[in-house]
Every structure is written in structure tokens, then in C-alpha cells.
Design a protein around this ligand. Structure first.
Ligand SMILES: NC(=O)c1ccc[n+]([C@@H]2O[C@H](COP(=O)([O-])OP(=O)(O)OC[C@H]3O[C@@H](n4cnc5c(N)ncnc54)[C@H](OP(=O)(O)O)[C@@H]3O)[C@@H](O)[C@H]2O)c1
Length: 254
């Protein structure tokens, strides 16, 4: 299952799994792009693809998915969907806070609980939680998004430890700037310092699957790994937070 699969990195994950011959359940709000992707994957890779239109910001989204599956087993879960609001924290309405935390944190938490349990019982399975470089330190003007991404990373890493002898692999896959519709539509400006190459969406699942089962989290893209190494291991926390905030401010002319 790929949750948040209608475009971008989620669609790339779906293509990558279909290329391995896996049947898929793909989830997003917009049915039409899901159906287009399903037709293309079924034709290219001779797999079965089911489409579920669902808003993952609904409080009972995980339960709705389970009901819609009607007993169908999920052996691989990619939780990719995310919502971010760029700008000062105080400009978030209470509704924004609920939506962002539900899509980025609460729904994946419940999905991991539900599907992780049956994977551990069977002794096989894999889970990928998409996270972000923004979640590796405080990220001004991305505060709520960054905090939810830190949550996903810590959740995946914790379960990697708990499940490492269970036959279930789980990884937090951390992306930096990646040329998806979501990223392009946010209209980022190019900034000079600490802006590694923008990745193609397909590169993220390729790198993630190379690391799945070997480590609790990974960072897609060599430039992102270098930037992250410098920010996490060389700089002081204060400097890393300042650089991240300054970069975001310049990128979005805040
Ligand atoms: N792109 C980047 O530069 C970048 C950088 C760092 C981390 N990431 C992470 O990588 C992941 C994917 O990013 P992306 O740029 O590919 O995102 P995107 O282009 O915004 O696509 C997100 C996908 O999730 C679905 N989705 C969003 N909200 C949803 C909701 N409420 N209910 C159901 N589906 C929903 C969207 O489909 P519908 O609109 O049809 O619902 C879409 O298929 C995210 O977790 C993001 O945090 C991306």
C-alpha cells in the first residue's frame, strides 16, 4: 500500500514496487490521477492495482482504510502523504494544526499500529515512513511540518529496534528538495548556501529500498547526506537551526 500515491514521490514508490511485481493498493484524495497511475502500472508491469480515494486528514482514516481493504493483507506500507504550511507558526489556524498533525502524524501512527501488528504476527513485512531534512532540527517557518517529520523519524527508528528480529523492516526515509508537483507548486527560490541538487522523485524509492532492512533511517541524495552531516555533526545546534530557518526564509521570500 502506498498512502499518498497520486503523484510525486508516492507515485514513484508505487512504480518501483509494481516493477518488482507487487500488487498494489494506492491511496490519495483525487481518484482520477490514481486511476491513471493504476492503468499505466497494470499495463506496464502486469500487476493488480486497487485505488482508494480517501482524505488521510480525517480522524478515522486508518480505520476507513482497514474497512475498505475488507480483509486484504498488506505486506508493505509506504506512508508518503504529507501536508505542510510554509510561514510563521502563528499564521496556522487551529484547523491547520489539526490537518497537518492528522495527515503527517496521527494517521500514519494508527496505520503502522494496524498493519505493523499483522506483519509482526506473520513474521514478514516492510514499512517506509517518509520524512524530511526539515525534521532533523528546528526549521523556522516550517515549524509544525518539521515537528511532525521529526515524530515520524523517531517512530520508525524506535520500531526498527523493536522489530529488528521480527522479520519486519521499517525505515524513516528522509527526502530533501525533490522535483514533485508539491515542491514545484510551492515556488521555491534558489538560494546559494546549503542547497543540494533537487532530486528526481524516482531517486527516493531507489535509495530507500537499498537501505531498507539495513538501517533505521536514511537520507536520499548524496548532497543531502553531506549537508545533513555538516549540520548535524559539525555545526552547533544553534547554527544548524539558524541556517535552516534562513534558507527557508530566503527560498520563500518570507
Ligand atoms: N518534494 C520534496 O521536496 C520533499 C522534501 C522533503 C520531504 N518530502 C516528503 O516526501 C513526501 C512526498 O512529498 P511530495 O513532494 O511527493 O508530496 P506531494 O507532491 O504533495 O504529494 C503528496 C501525495 O500525498 C497525497 N495526499 C496529500 N494530502 C493527502 C490527504 N489529506 N489525504 C490523502 N492523500 C493526500 C497527494 O494526493 P492528493 O492530492 O490526490 O490527495 C499526493 O499523492 C512527503 O511526506 C514529504 O514530506 C518531500
Amino acid at each position: 500500500m502506498v498512502a499518498g500515491a497520486s503523484e510525486g514521490i508516492g507515485a514513484a514508490f508505487a512504480s518501483s514496487l509494481a516493477a518488482e511485481g507487487l500488487d498494489l493498493v494506492i491511496v490519495a484524495r483525487r481518484l482520477h490521477p490514481l486511476q491513471q497511475l493504476a492503468v499505466s502500472l497494470e499495463r506496464t508491469y502486469k500487476v493488480n492495482v486497487k485505488c482508494f480515494s480517501l482524505d488521510l486528514s480525517l480522524p478515522d482514516a486508518a480505520l476507513e482504510i482497514e474497512k475498505a481493504l475488507n480483509g486484504l493483507e498488506i505486506n508493505v506500507l509506504i506512508y508518503n502523504a504529507a501536508l505542510s504550511r510554509i510561514g510563521p507558526f502563528l499564521e496556522n489556524t487551529p484547523e491547520d494544526l489539526s490537518h497537518i498533525t492528522q495527515v503527517n502524524m496521527i494517521t500514519p501512527l494508527h496505520m503502522v499500529r494496524r498493519f505493523g501488528e499483522s506483519m509482526v504476527r506473520k513474521g514478514k513485512g516492510a514499512i517506509v515512513l517518509m520524512t524530511s531534512l526539515a525534521g532533523l532540527q528546528g526549521s523556522g517557518n516550517l515549524s509544525v511540518y518539521a515537528a511532525t517529520k521529526a515524530f515520524s523519524r523517531i517512530l520508525a527508528e524506535s520500531l526498527w529496534y523493536e522489530w529488528k528480529n521480527s522479520g519486519v523492516d521499517i525505515i524513516a526515509c528522509c527526502a530533501g528538495a525533490t522535483a514533485t508537483p508539491g515542491y514545484v507548486n510551492s515556488q521555491p527560490e534558489k538560494t546559494g548556501f546549503f542547497t543540494p541538487r533537487v532530486l528526481h522523485a524516482e531517486e527516493v524509492p531507489q535509495e530507500c529500498f537499498r537501505k531498507l532492512g539495513k538501517q533505521p533511517s536514511c537520507i536520499a541524495g548524496r548532497g543531502n547526506r553531506i549537508a545533513s552531516f555538516i549540520m548535524q555533526k559539525v555545526m552547533s545546534r544553534k547554527m544548524a537551526v539558524t541556517i535552516m530557518g534562513d534558507t527557508t526564509r530566503k527560498m520563500y521570500k518570507l
